[in-house]
Design a protein around this ligand. Structure first.
Ligand code: ZN
Length: 577
C-alpha cells in the first residue's frame, strides 16, 4: 500500500509512516463473536440469481496466479514509465481481454495515457524572515523547513511578501466555518495549522480527520486566496507522523500531473513547530495564543508584519505512464450507461537500493499485486453471472498511485466517464494473506450508503464492519478511492480486519506489524508460500457482491447527508440533467 503523506514517500519515510499509522490502525480490539447472519439485501436490492454461485468462482489459486505474475522479477517493480510498467500494463490488459471485458478507453483501447511531471526544487539552505524593526530569523533547509515549488516553472521567486497567520486555512460553508473572513490574501505567505478542528464531535467529524485536515487541502485553499506561498506548521499529533517523515518525503523529486488552469501557490512549505514558534515570536505574537484564537469560528486572519523573499530554481522532467481499464456492459438499456468501478493501483517502486540479500527489485506483491488480483477476480465473477447486472462494470487499474494518487486523479479529471454516471468506486489496496477474520475494516467508515450495503453482505459471511482505530490518520484520503470521492462518487476501501478465526487475541496485529517491519516498501515484498489467501478470497467475494448489489439497485448509492463530498455529488448529478 502507499502512504501519500508527503509525496513521494521514500522507503525510510514510508516505513516510519507505516509504523506510526498502519500499526496504530491495526491495534484493533480483540476477539469478537461472529454476528448472526442477516439476509442480504436488507439495505439494498436482493442479490440476483446466480450471484452467490458466481462469487464461489473466486479462488485462491486464481488470485495466486495473478499476484505471482504481477510481482515477478520480470515486472521490475512496476515503476511508472519503465519497461516493467509497460509489461505489467500489457499483462493486465491481456487478462481483462481473456475475461471477456472490452477496452475502456475507446480509440486508446485498454490504456488511458497519463502524463506525469517530475519536479525537483533547489531550495536555499536557509530561509529568512524580517520584522519591521530589522530583526530577523532564518531557518535551515531540512532541519527546520522543507518545501517544493507549487508551480511547474524553471524559476520561482517570492519578493518581500508579508506573512499572515490564517488558523486552519479552512473554508467549509456546511460547517459554518471560514478562516479567511474575506481578508485580501493575494500575494501573502499564509502560515496555517495542520489538521482540522477536532475538539467538538459536531464539528468536522470530531476527532476523525476530514479532507479539510489534509495538507493537500491546505495548499489548495491558500491557492484559492491567491497567496504566494503556504506554510504548514508541523506538529507530530496534528500530522500523525514526526518531522523526519516530512523532511524525507519532501526532499528530492516530486511527481505531479501537468499543471492545469487551477490556482497554485508558488511555494508549498512546512516549518517545524519550534521554527514556527520563533517566526511568530519575531512578530511579537505568541504561537499558543494564536492557536487558541484559531479554535473558534469567529477567528480572522492575523497579519504578522513579518516579511520574506525567496528565489530558487526548479528542474522539470516529463514522463508518461497509463491507467488500464476494461468494461463489462450492463444489461439494462438505460442503466448500462452508469458504471460501478473496481480499482487497484498497478504501480510500485521499481528497482532501487538493494537489501541485505542483494535483492534490488521492489516487487510489490502485497502492495499492490494481491489487490490487482482481487480486481481481476471480481471481473471474472461478473462474467460468471447468468445474465449481466443492470449497470456496467469498470475494472480500472490506476497508474502512479505511489507517487501521489496521480492516475486515478487524472482519470476523473479526464472525464473519460462522467463522475455523475459512476455509481460507486470500490477500491482494493494492500490485502490480507493470513486467513479468515471475523471483522472487516472500513477506512473512513460511516461516509456513504455503501457501508450499509456492505454490512448486510458481510453479515452473510459472519463478519462485522469495524472502523480503523486510528481515525485521526485520515486513511480514507490516502488511496485511489479519494480521487473518486473528490469527484463526488461514493467510494469505499475495505479489507479484512485483525480478528482472525482460530488465532489468539493480538495475533493479527502481530502479523501486520511483522510484515510492515520486514517487507513494507522493500524488495522482500514478494509472494510467500506460507500465505493463506482465504481472507483475500472472502474480501474479493464481498467486493463482488457489493458491486453486483450497486449495479442492480434502482438508485445509485448516496453519501451520508452532510458528508464533505455530498455537494460535489449533487453538482455532478445536476450536470447530467
Ligand atoms: Zn499501494
Amino acid at each position: 500500500m502507499s502512504d501519500h503523506l508527503e509525496q513521494p514517500p521514500t522507503r525510510a519515510a514510508a516505513r516510519a509512516v507505516a509504523v506510526l499509522g498502519l500499526l496504530a490502525a491495526v491495534v484493533a480490539g480483540g476477539c469478537r463473536p461472529p454476528q448472526p447472519a442477516r439476509p442480504s439485501g436488507a439495505a439494498g436490492a436482493p442479490l440476483p440469481a446466480g450471484a452467490a454461485e458466481a462469487a464461489e468462482a473466486i479462488t485462491a489459486g486464481d488470485l495466486l496466479r495473478d499476484v505471482t505474475e504481477l510481482s515477478s522479477d520480470d515486472m521490475e517493480g512496476r515503476l511508472p514509465g519503465t519497461a516493467g510498467d509497460q509489461r505489467s500494463r500489457a499483462y493486465l490488459a491481456a487478462r481483462l481481454g481473456e475475461l471477456g471485458l472490452t477496452p475502456a478507453f475507446g480509440a486508446d483501447g485498454w490504456e488511458q495515457p497519463v502524463p506525469i511531471v517530475g519536479v525537483t526544487s533547489r531550495l536555499p539552505e536557509t530561509w529568512s524572515f524580517q520584522a519591521p524593526g530589522g530583526s530577523e530569523v532564518a531557518f535551515r533547509l531540512g532541519d527546520e523547513y522543507v518545501g517544493a515549488s507549487g508551480v511547474q516553472r524553471p524559476q520561482v521567486s517570492i519578493e518581500d511578501a508579508e506573512v499572515v497567520f490564517v488558523g486552519y486555512g479552512i473554508q467549509a460553508p456546511e460547517e459554518g466555518w471560514d478562516d479567511f473572513k474575506g481578508a485580501d490574501l493575494a500575494g501573502k505567505v499564509l502560515l496555517m495549522l495542520n489538521d482540522d478542528p477536532d475538539w467538538d464531535p459536531a464539528l468536522f467529524g470530531g476527532e476523525r480527520k476530514l479532507s479539510y485536515g489534509r495538507w493537500t487541502y491546505k495548499y489548495e485553499s491558500a491557492a484559492r486566496q491567491g497567496a504566494a506561498a503556504a506554510i504548514i506548521i508541523h506538529t507530530t499529533p496534528s500530522a500523525g507522523y514526526p518531522w523526519q517523515v516530512v523532511r524525507t518525503g519532501w526532499s528530492g523529486e516530486q511527481f505531479e500531473l501537468p499543471a492545469g488552469a487551477e490556482p497554485r501557490t508558488r511555494l508549498r512549505a512546512w516549518l517545524t513547530e519550534d521554527a514556527s514558534r520563533r517566526l511568530v515570536a519575531l512578530s511579537g505574537h505568541d504561537l499558543d495564543q494564536l492557536i487558541e484564537s484559531a479554535r473558534s469560528p469567529g477567528f480572522a486572519p492575523v497579519a504578522l508584519g513579518v516579511r520574506t523573499s525567496l528565489r530558487f530554481d526548479v528542474e522539470l522532467q516529463a514522463g508518461a505512464t497509463a491507467n488500464v481499464g476494461g468494461i463489462l456492459r450492463g444489461g439494462d438499456p438505460v442503466l448500462a450507461d452508469e458504471l460501478v468501478a473496481i480499482t487497484a493501483h498497478h504501480d510500485h517502486f521499481g528497482i532501487g537500493e538493494p537489501d541485505a540479500t542483494g535483492d534490488a527489485i521492489y516487487n510489490g506483491a502485497l502492495d499492490n499485486g494481491v489487490a490487482m488480483a482481487q480486481a481481476l477476480a471480481v471481473a471474472r465473477a461478473f462474467t460468471g453471472l447468468p445474465s449481466p447486472p443492470r449497470r456496467s462494470l469498470l475494472v480500472l487499474l490506476p497508474a502512479a498511485e505511489e507517487q501521489g494518487i496521480l492516475g486515478s486523479a487524472y482519470f476523473v479529471r479526464s472525464r473519460a466517464f462522467y463522475p455523475g454516471r459512476i455509481a460507486a468506486d470500490i477500491n482494493f489496496e494492500l490485502g490480507n494473506v493470513w486467513g479468515l477474520t471475523r471483522d472487516v475494516t472500513v477506512f473512513g467508515k460511516g461516509k456513504s450508503e455503501l457501508d450499509e450495503l456492505l454490512a448486510a453482505l458481510a453479515a452473510d459471511q459472519g463478519r462485522v464492519l469495524v472502523e480503523e482505530p486510528d481515525v485521526r490518520a485520515g486513511w480514507f484520503y490516502r488511496s485511489d478511492q479519494i480521487s473518486f470521492a473528490r469527484a463526488g462518487v461514493p467510494a469505499i476501501w475495505f479489507k479484512s480486519g485483525t480478528d482472525f478465526i482460530g488465532r489468539p487475541a493480538g495475533w493479527g496485529e502481530a502479523q501486520y506489524t511483522e510484515w510492515i517491519e520486514r517487507h513494507y516498501h522493500q524488495p522482500s515484498d514478494e509472494v510467500d508460500p506460507s500465505w493463506n489467501l482465504d481472507g483475500l478470497v472472502q474480501d474479493a467475494q464481498l467486493a463482488f457482491l457489493l458491486a453486483v448489489t450497486v449495479a442492480n439497485r434502482d438508485a445509485m448509492p448516496a453519501w451520508v447527508p452532510g458528508d464533505e463530498f455530498e455537494d460535489e455529488r449533487l453538482a455532478s448529478l445536476a450536470e447530467l440533467r
